[in-house]
Each structure stands twice: as C-alpha cells, then as structure tokens.
Design a protein around this ligand. Structure first.
Ligand code: NAD
Length: 297
C-alpha cells in the first residue's frame, strides 16, 4: 500500500489526512503544533519527530501549509526536504501559494527526479472533512495519473489545469471570485436586514434567484442563517481572513504581471486588509459581514 507522509495538519490538513487514514493508507504525520500530530496519532498515524523523519520511506509526500514562504523553506531551505526525498517519490503540494513559487519548487524537484504537482484545493473545511474537495492540479499528466487514487481519497473533482504552476493560477482566480461573492453577499444581507427583512427569508430568496451563488448555498455570512457555518459560531474555524488576504494579494500580483484589470479583486483585497487591521485576521473570511453591519447579540 502506498505510504504517505503528511506535513501541515491545520484546519484543512487534519481532516484531509484523516480521510487518507480512513481509506487505509499508512501515514506518517508532522506539524509544528504537537497537539495536531498527537490527535492524528490517536487515529492511527505515525507521529513523526520532524519533517525529515516523516518522509522516510514515503511513496507520496503531501504538504498543506499556509503560504509560499512556508513551502519554500520546507522544501528548498538549507536543510530542505527535497534532499531527503528519494527520486521517484511523488510530492503533492496542496497549499495555496504564488504560481511562481510553485514553479520554483517544481524545478528543484525535477532536477532531483522527484515528481511534484501543485494541487491546491477548493471546498473549505467542510469539503475537507467530507472528502469532497476539488483539486486543481499543475504539472505532468502522468504524475497526476499516479496521484489519482490519493486525490480520490480526499476529493471528488480532480482537474488537470495545465503545466507547473497552473493549479495555483486556477486557484488564485477562483479565490478572487469567492471573495467578491462573499463581500457582495454580506452587503446584500446587511442591506435587506437594515430595511426590515428576515435574514433567513432573504437568504433563501436570493439563493433561489439570480443572485444565487456558492456563498448563499453553503457559507452564508449572517449568523444563524446556517447552523453549521463559521458565521453561526462567532466566525471561528473555516478559512482565516489572513489567508484570504494572502490569496487576494497573489491575484493582484498575477494581474500586475499579465497586465490584467482586476478592480473587484483589488477592492476585495483592501476590505480584507481593513479586517486584518481590526484584529480579525484569524477569524473566518465571512467575518467581512461585520464591515456592513451584523446582527445584534
Ligand atoms: P492553517 O493555518 O489552519 O494550517 C496550516 C498548518 O501548517 C498549521 O497547523 C501550522 O502549524 C502548519 N505549519 C506551518 N509551517 C509548518 C512547517 N514548516 N512544518 C510543519 N507544519 C507547518 O491553514 P489551513 O486553513 O489549513 O490552510 C492551509 C492552506 O490551504 C493555505 O494555503 C490555505 O490558503 C489553503 N486553503 C484553505 C482553505 C480553508 O477553508 N481553510 C480552503 C482551501 C485552501
């Protein structure tokens, strides 16, 4: 059976690794937070002492880290992990990072005979827990075929976006659109409620009308409209605003490089920066609702 090393057991990594264990893959795990590793060890994973220990004997290495700098320092730093990974091993880099950063890691891995794919995901923590994530994959099609059974244990839709870095490009476009939908939904919810509409009724009308979108289907930012969303739990868990700000920054950098015009993405970035300055960076990105008015406690 394919042996997997999983590095980065945060909001997304932990439930993804759990699904691999459930599918029967032997798995070694590492995170800088020992409690996360201990939790997974209690469910059958081997608790690695560090990242180098985790990848020993692994056929597949998966990383799910916050941002480009974490990924580059893990794989390329002075004591970078790539030097400890055997040629022929498959590396699935699932974090959302800059497309250029992904290309850099691809290139270094390729020189060592390691098959690497950039494979960022969509679907949120609920999709990670349910094993229904979407993977947007950049890299060689043959490597994707080798990785498919592993992706299938964690996700439902697996797309080959193109060559190295293409998965990250698709992800950046998707998250820019997600932020714009979230902000638009939040301001419409606030507008309706300020004028006397019941938030649940308004949410359902818009969901089934021409304003319907993924946020209204699964992730309403108004507390109490959907019982299981972060909005109904003081905006805890989910996808942190600081990570959304990072992704919107990547979208702006990408747009600058290609001369593309992305005014909605630019405005979204600035609204998320306001939230960060308000100390809300660790809250779920639906906390953008608070900029437009949120319900009384
Ligand atoms: P998170 O901050 O909850 O988890 C990141 C984990 O990486 C943490 O547990 C941290 O301790 C660990 N870590 C950092 N550096 C490390 C290192 N050098 N070695 C080992 N562990 C290290 O973040 P998350 O919400 O799980 O997101 C992870 C990635 O997935 C991000 O790039 C994010 O943009 C992306 N993403 C998140 C969501 C979501 O809904 N949360 C959805 C899609 C994509």
């Amino acid at each position: 059976m394919t042996r997997i090393a999983f590095i980065g057991l945060g909001h997304m990594g932990l439930p993804m690794a759990r699904n691999l264990l459930k599918a029967g893959f032997p798995l070694s795990a590492h995170d800088l937070v020992p409690e996360a590793v201990a939790q997974l060890a209690g469910e059958g994973a081997r608790a690695a002492n560090d990242a180098h220990d985790a990848v020993q004997d692994a056929d597949v290495v998966i990383s799910m880290l916050p941002a480009s700098r974490h990924v580059e320092s893990l794989y390329l730093g002075d004591d970078g992990l790539l030097a400890y990974i055997a040629p022929g091993t498959l590396v699935l880099e699932c974090s959302t990072i800059a497309p250029d950063s992904a290309k850099k890691v691809h290139q270094a891995a390729g020189k060592l005979g390691i098959d690497l794919l950039d494979a960022p995901v969509s679907g949120g923590t609920a999709g990670a827990a349910a094993g229904t994530l979407t993977f947007m994959v950049g890299g060689a099609a043959e490597a994707l075929e080798k990785a498919r059974p592993v992706f299938q244990a964690m996700g439902k839709n697996i797309f080959h976006a193109g060559p190295a870095g293409a998965g990250q490009l698709a992800k950046v476009c998707n998250n820019q659109l997600l932020a714009v939908q979230m902000i638009g939904t939040a301001e419409s919810m606030a507008l309706g409620v300020a004028n006397g509409l019941d938030p649940r009724v308004l949410a359902e009308i818009m969901r089934q009308s021409s304003g319907g979108n993924w946020v209204l289907e699964r992730y309403n930012p108004w507390p109490g409209v959907m019982e299981t969303t972060p909005a109904s739990h003081d905006y805890e868990g989910g996808f942190m605003s600081e990570l959304m700000a990072k992704d919107l920054g990547l979208a702006q950098e990408t747009a600058l490089a290609s001369g593309s015009s992305t005014p909605m993405g630019g405005l979204a970035l600035h609204l998320y920066r306001v939230l960060l300055r308000q100390g809300l960076g660790k809250k779920d990105f639906s906390v953008v609702q608070s900029l437009f008015g949120a319900p009384e406690e």
